[in-house]
Design a protein around this ligand. Sequence first.
Ligand code: PEP
Ligand code: MN
Length: 337
Amino acid sequence: MIIVLKPGTTDAEFDHVIERIHQLGLKPHISKGEHRTIIGVIGDESKMQAQPLQAIAGVEQVLPIMKPFKLASREFAKKDTIVEVGKVKVGGGHLAMIAGPCAVESREILDEIAGSIKKSGANILRGGAFKPRTSPYSFQGLGEDGLKILREIGDKHDMPVVTEVMDPRQVPLIERYTDMFQIGARNMQNFDLLKEVGQSQKPVLLKRGMSATVKDLLMSAEYVLAEGNPNVVLCERGVRSFEDSRRNMLDMSAVPNVKGMSHLPIIVDPSHATGRPDLIPSMAYASVAAGADGVHIEVHSCPEKALSDGPQALLPPKYAEVMKQIRKLAEMFGKKY
Ligand code: PEP
Ligand code: MN
């Protein structure tokens, strides 16, 4: 950590800063220039990150050298992490092809969708049983009945399943049925929820919050990792912007950016990122080309009757077409799934 003092700092202020550094058991390395003094602090930086040193009179800036996320950082692990969701590997060259309806609606509908996406090459089945809806009057999900259906249909079609958890109190219930927890965009900074899923060893699909920076996303992953759960898969699903012709703004360069910053797998969700079926195929292809470790697409056999996110759902034949192209791209980029 580097502390930059303001020009004209008094000797008393300087002495106070040095005293605080010693109090924390760290060593100052002082560099006095003509106009400014810069103090390099040697020792465990995390001790200082917890202190509001900017508040000390005379301090202009406190610059961390280490990243605030450690376990999630590329420095922590040079090799890409591979997360196992049931029998499916994600990361390190293995692609997660997650598909399914936004919400579990009935056994029959999920069975039909699962059968078709499996045939097309999907390897993980998704479906929400607890839905984070903007309106309290919209369909909120089937709850535990939905979890039971998801488990049954996932087993029937030999696909691991992922479903959203919205509240720390739901974790034990959902853990009984799912192979992977989904933390939705709206809960990316629900820190109690992150700590709770961090106590489990089940993989976590952590979606980027709609106004979260890449650093915020990695800090949220750090919460899960710090609790002892190393199985985190990140998900870029677009962020809010001034642009309103699509649901969100897909930040595609976040994928290679995150790959440089972290060893964790990152997938892309073009469904929630665009909200438009006409744009999902091209963004799915771009995701693989950008180096994503998987693609998450909502599919429904009858979008016009879907209880949630119908307008953005792909029909099963369209999903089959998309997967055909993705298979070629995967081969071209040396990815397996
Ligand atoms: C979802 O996956 O259905 C969902 C609600 O996604 P997000 O949290 O990205 O909006
Ligand atoms: Mn959805």
